[in-house]
Design a protein around this ligand. Structure first.
Ligand code: PMP
Length: 360
């Protein structure tokens, strides 16, 4: 009988599939989800729109409705186009596929979003990671050397960065874009919670793509991301997009959401307020926290690690241990900022877990 060993690539067989921690019955604060889904006042309208969505037909392959609403909301001029993806994960895949060849290189800071590295590996593209400095910022001399040596076809900069939560200094981002021989993707997955928006970079630089997602603002379940770039780039990426990659239910939901962005962003303001409160409370528990421009906080202390995450699970709360993922993240955990009630439950579980571990 033919076996996977004789057919599937060795480097694929040696991988482990992406692991999502089981969260049944737990308060899930490990995945940067929003506690808020569809605003109450839009629910009836949304359900009516879903009822009228023709499930027997293929989705609108051009995503005309969503594209025109987005272009209006963002004031996009004709020189730019939008490419939609089944989550921005799919866009990362399209971007890397578009440059995949024996000598192509993808570059990103480390630590950063793991999919840049994982998708490179799937596509047999070399991924070069450049360590952040101890403030989680860009080490410009290291980037200058690495860019000169490796000539990356694509550089991914998550702004704010996951898992560190910060924005890199603006001059460092600009310097990288200016040094880059290829494309620079500014991944704004956490834009809703950030004080810096890079859309204007599209006018300043011809080699920039801005990528975003609805996932962190209450719509992780519909899986919808988009990128904006000069039309000539989007024409090429579009050739690698699966036909009908964004399903009809997602398109119907997104068309409504895109008409109500102000209601959606009001909720982001609540999370930003909670982020400030939580940061103070975590410091009061004796933890070091890092400045965050996202809907999560990285906290550090000698007591933090996988065992505190396990202890919190027994108290009903799931957060993420970053220990072992990168030397800069030893004794670090990443906590999603949620509603006030959720955050209070988390703080209580954290305090009790730390007390228990200190006594051992
Ligand atoms: N970019 C960054 C920086 C992320 O942290 C994530 C998700 N954690 C994504 C992209 C992917 O988001 P999605 O596929 O849900 O749009």
């Amino acid at each position: 009988m033919t076996k996977p060993e004789t057919v599937i690539r060795e480097d694929i067989r040696s991988l482990r599939a992406y692991h999502v921690a089981p969260a049944d019955g737990l308060l899930k604060l490990d995945a940067m989800e929003s506690p808020y889904a569809m605003p109450e006042q839009l629910t009836d309208q949304w359900l009516r729109a879903l009822r009228d969505t023709a499930l027997n037909r293929y989705p609108d392959a051009s995503m005309a409705e969503c594209s025109s609403r987005l272009a209006k909301q963002l004031n996009l001029s004709d020189q730019y186009d939008v490419l939609w993806g089944n989550g921005s994960d799919e866009l990362i895949q399209i971007l890397i596929q578009s440059i995949a060849s024996n000598d192509a290189v993808v570059m990103s800071p480390t630590p950063s979003f793991v999919m840049y590295q994982v998708v490179s590996l799937w596509n047999r593209v070399q991924h070069v990671g450049i360590d952040l400095d101890e403030n989680f910022d860009i080490d410009i001399p290291a980037w200058r050397d690495a860019i000169a040596t490796h000539q990356p076809a694509i550089i991914f900069l998550a702004q704010p960065n996951n898992p560190t939560g910060n924005l890199f200094s603006e001059t460092a981002v600009e310097q990288i874009i200016e040094m880059a021989p290829g494309l620079v993707v500014l991944d704004e997955a956490y834009l809703a919670y950030s004080s810096r928006d890079h859309q204007s970079y599209l006018d300043r630089y011809k080699n920039v793509v801005v990528m975003r997602t609805l996932s962190k603002e209450g719509f992780a379940g519909i899986r919808l991301g988009y990128l904006i770039a000069h039309s000539s780039w989007v024409t090429e990426f579009n050739k690698l997009r699966m036909p009908y990659n964004v399903n009809s239910l997602t398109q119907t939901t997104a068309a409504l959401v895109l008409n109500h962005l102000s209601e959606i962003s009001e909720r982001a303001e609540l999370i930003v307020e909670e982020r400030g409160r939580l940061t103070k409370q975590l410091s009061q528990l004796g933890l070091i926290t890092y400045p965050s421009e996202a809907n999560f906080i990285v906290a550090k202390s000698a007591y933090l690690g996988a065992d505190v995450v396990e202890a919190m699970k027994t108290r009903g709360v799931l957060i993420k241990s970053l220990c072992g993922s990168h030397p800069l993240l030893t004794h670090c955990v990443r906590i999603t900022v949620s509603s006030k009630d959720d955050n209070d439950i988390m703080l209580e579980a954290l305090e009790a877990s730390l007390d228990a571990l200190k006594q051992n």
